[in-house]
Structure formats: C-alpha cells, structure tokens
Design a protein around this ligand. Structure first.
Ligand SMILES: Cc1cc2nc3c(=O)[nH]c(=O)nc-3n(C[C@H](O)[C@H](O)[C@H](O)COP(=O)(O)O)c2cc1C
Length: 501
C-alpha cells in the first residue's frame, strides 16, 4: 500500500470510531490484572547508569511550554540527557492498588497507564557518554547499549538529510509497542501511539527548552531504516517520531558499517496482533529517502474568520518550576463541579498554542480548538471556537451543555464534572490530501502535543486535567455546522480536582 492511497486511513479511522466502529469488538473486555509488563527488557546487552538530578533549574512551567525558536549551540551532556529522558518518560510516582500490587506511573499521561512508548537515543560523543545507539530503561534509569559508534548520519539520511537533524548531537526516537496497548484498546491503539507520544513530547520539548536547547519534531523518515538501526520487528514495534536535540556547527561523520545486531529483547509479554494496526502503519510508511524528500512540505491551513469575538483574559504568571509540575502531574480522577476563572482558561489557551518546531507545519497547531464551557467564572456557559490568530473566543452556542460534555467523552463522569472540555478537530481530508496516509500520524501527534502542554499548564495553575476518549461523530455533530467535515483528534478535560474527604 502506498502513502497516497488514503482510503487506508479512512478505513482505519472510521473503523475505530466509538461507539460502533467495525474494527472494534464491542464485547472485548480487559482486566487490569492482565496488564503487560510496561518495559522493554533486553537480555544480553550492557547498561550505562544515567544520572538522576531532579533539581529545578529555575524555569517556570508556563515559560518552558511556551518558549519558541531557541537558537543556541548548547550541547547536552549526560546529566542533561538524563533529565530530558527522566522528565519525558521516567517513573514519577508509585501507587499501591488492592489486588494489583504497586504500579509505577510516568512523567507523562498514557492511555490506560499501559506505557507502550519506548525511547531510544542516538548520539555522537557527548560529555559523559560515548557515541552510540541506546535504549532508555526508565525502570532502572539506565541506557541499554544497542550499538557503539556514531550512527547519527544513518538517522539523518532516513530523514532525507533534514537540516536540523543533520546538525544534532543527540537524537531521540520514540517507538510504539502495539500489543502493550491493544490488549485493552484493540485496533484503536494506533491512535493512542500518537496521543501517548504527544503527551511525552510536550514534556520533552519543555524540558529541552528549559535548558535552552533547541529541538525539532520530525515525522518524515524512511521507517524501515530506523527499524534496521534499532533492531525492531516492525510488526510489533514501530518508530513514531524523531526528535533531534541541540545543534552543533560540525557535519556528521560517516557511519560505521551497519551490522546485524545480536540482541534479545522482550517488548511485550502479550503477543496477540491486530492486523488493522499493522495495515494502517504500513500504509503510512515512507519507503525511501527520495519519497521522504518529496513528502516534506510544511502545511499552512486557512481558518474560518469571525467578527463576534470575545478577547481572552489576562495571562496569569505562576512560578512553579517545570520539574515540580511534571512530578506532581497525574490525571485527575474526580473533578469538583466548581468553576475555574476566565483568566485561567485564557492562560492555558495562550501558553499552550505557541508554535512547535516541526517538519510538518510552521503554524501553532494543525487542529482547531473547540471548547465546551461548563463552569468558568467570567465566561458564559456554552460552546466556543478558539481563534488563535486573534487570541479570542467565538461563542457558537450558549447554554448548559454538561450532559453533552459527559456524553461526548464516552459517557464518563470526568467530562461531565470538569469545568471545560477541549476538543482538537481538523479536516482530515485536507491533511491527507497534503501528506497522504502519513498525515494521519501527523494530525494525531500534533493535537496530542498541545494536549500534553495543556496538562502541564493546568497543573502549573493549580488545576487538574485528564485526557479522554470520545464518541467521534457525536463530537462533529455537536459542534456543527462550524465543525462540519472535521474529525476529532484529541480531548482533554480541565477543572478543579475534588478534594479528598
Ligand atoms: C489521550 C488520553 C486519553 C485518556 N482517556 C481516558 C479516559 O477516557 N478515561 C479515563 O478515566 N482516563 C483517561 N486517560 C487518563 C489515563 O488513564 C492516565 O493518563 C493513566 O492512567 C496514567 O496516569 P497519570 O496520567 O495519572 O500518570 C487518558 C489519558 C490520555 C493521555
């Protein structure tokens, strides 16, 4: 299947819609006692200790998530890389559950706490660490050694020599272990690959900016090359996104010869495959560097104009450090019905929608942001559209939509009780027309990164937040005619956490 044969995406997307997508079995059940081990375990590799320094470096969360275009030549050392990895995907808390034992939770939220995203590091010689290809082991804060030598050029070639990647001393690759998440979510898992990479990426970008190190999100690469480098079985674990970190003035050296690696690893102890995931992944693969080169064109979308606008309120400043926010973050399990303030909502919208440095857009976000306001002091309850260019809201309908909010969020209490529910939507046809099937990956990831930033902004403001899943077509209907022809990519609910009694 070729990238431009976009019926593959529509088949997958429509087939994995809640409630009746034909690729989902409505009677499927998952019990948490069957949760697969959420770590990739290598059997025969050496390991390197990663330093773990959680001390805040003095940048507030709101500044870190809204930083744009850092132009700097700082090279991360092992200490900084340890922090980038820890604050992206390290273990931040442990909670005991009756009957299930202790569960380890990570720096970024993840659907079902199934932690199916793995992170690899490919670097040159950097202070404290020799050039190599490594896998991040968050459980023991170690790097598994996969290859020694400078293989960055190999990654860069897979991106058709993308200029930023070409000059990065360190490159992260995120991969998705399908079956760790599909055990619960079946074929819808492939959406989660990007949602859960996006929430991690929000942390990654924020912590690198806090260190004044530039980074870029690269979605265009020849997939099979990365699999070869990392020794992945593409039917089980697939590369999702590449994140070059830092910039040097030097050209990359030629790679050592690529040899087959003799490593043994268990990615998941649950092995049932969902062929629709593999089919969607394959259909969105870029096969050669030539294809990557012609694929890479940033998109700019036209947005609807409106004249009845409500300007956003004031930006609140808070001084909580990024590190403390990440450590404190956790998805809210129960919202109180209390209101948040208009300035809090305004700050969240303002600070999280700055431009992301990526290979797919120079805009702030591909998605349009639609909001149900249940309880915001200073803003009438109703449905809204966020007009980023004007930093303003357009009211679509006024009224109490708590029931709709709860219903659209899969009839859960969380979206009913939250003060606002925020939906990321876009015209998928336009994205696919431009990017082919690969656009599906881009669209999901882009929305999730902003969603991940919203998690961080909410916690920095003393609020709670949670990602949610949704009834796809009901969301489109609810926000139509404004959202006609748009598909939902991500949903987050924000409000005040209910205090324990
Ligand atoms: C994209 C996304 C969707 C989620 N959907 C739901 C949901 O529908 N219902 C729910 O209770 N929690 C949902 N969660 C929250 C996860 O269950 C939570 O992130 C996970 O248990 C890890 O816990 P933590 O976020 O507290 O670290 C979602 C999280 C994400 C990132």
């Amino acid at each position: 299947m070729q990238n431009h044969e976009i019926e593959a995406t529509w088949h997958y997307h429509n087939g994995t819609k809640h409630p009746n997508g034909m690729l989902l079995n409505r009677f499927h059940v998952y019990h948490p006692s069957h949760r697969p081990t959420p770590y990739k375990i290598y059997k025969n590799v050496s390991q390197i200790d990663l330093p773990l320094n959680k001390t805040p470096i003095g940048i507030s969360t709101l500044d870190a998530i809204s930083a744009e275009n850092i132009d700097n030549h700082i090279i991360p050392d092992l200490d900084i890389l340890g922090r980038i990895l820890y604050f992206s995907s390290g273990i931040t808390k442990k909670i005991k559950f009756q009957g299930l034992g202790e569960m380890e939770f990570r720096a970024a939220s993840c659907t079902g706490a199934l932690y199916h995203i793995e992170i690899y590091l490919i670097c040159s010689d950097i202070p404290g660490l020799g050039a190599g290809v490594y896998h991040f082991d968050p459980k023991h804060m170690k790097l598994d050694v996969i290859r020694l030598g400078d293989f960055r050029k190999f990654v860069s070639q897979s991106t058709a020599d993308e200029p930023f990647t070409n000059q990065a001393p360190a490159i992260l690759v995120f991969t998705d272990v399908f079956s760790r998440n599909s055990i619960k979510y079946q074929s819808r898992e492939y959406r989660h690959a990007f949602w859960d990479s996006g929430t991690i990426l929000a942390n990654t970008i924020a912590i690198t900016s806090a260190h004044k190190i530039p980074s870029k999100i690269i979605t265009g690469f020849a997939d099979s090359k990365i699999c070869e480098l990392l020794g992945l079985d593409i039917n089980k674990e697939a590369p999702i996104v590449i994140v070059p970190i830092g910039q040097t003035m030097q050209d990359m050296s030629i790679c050592p010869t690529m040899q087959e690696i003799n490593i043994e690893a268990i990615s998941s102890d649950y092995e049932i495959e969902y062929p629709e995931i593999n089919a969607m992944h394959e259909a969105s693969c870029l096969l050669t560097e030539t294809e990557v080169k012609s694929w890479r064109h940033q998109i700019t979308l036209e947005r609807k104009q409106s004249n009845k606008l409500i300007p956003l309120g004031k930006n609140i400043t808070t001084c909580e450090s990024l590190e403390n926010t990440i450590i404190r973050r956790g998805s809210t399990r129960k919202f109180s019905l209390e209101s948040i303030t208009f300035d809090q909502l305004s700050t969240i919208l303002n600070k999280t929608t700055s431009k992301i440095n990526s290979d797919f857009t120079s805009m702030e976000s591909l998605s349009d942001i639609y909001i149900i306001v249940n309880a915001v002091d200073g803003l009438e309850s109703g449905s809204y559209y966020f007009v980023k260019e004007k930093n303003a809201l357009e009211q679509l309908r006024k009224g109490n939509f708590r029931h709709a909010s709860g219903n659209l969020g899969l009839d859960q209490d969380l979206p009913y009780d939250a003060s606002v529910t925020i939906f990321f939507m876009l015209n998928l046809d336009k994205i696919l027309e431009h990017f082919g099937n690969r656009g599906y990956r881009v669209a999901q990831l882009d929305a999730a990164i902003t969603g991940g930033k919203m998690y961080l902004a909410s916690y920095a403001l003393g609020l709670g937040a949670t990602g949610l899943t949704f009834y796809d077509d009901l969301v489109t209907n609810f926000f139509s005619p404004h959202a006609e022809n748009k598909e939902t990519m991500f949903l987050i609910a924000i409000g005040k956490k209910e205090k324990p009694t």
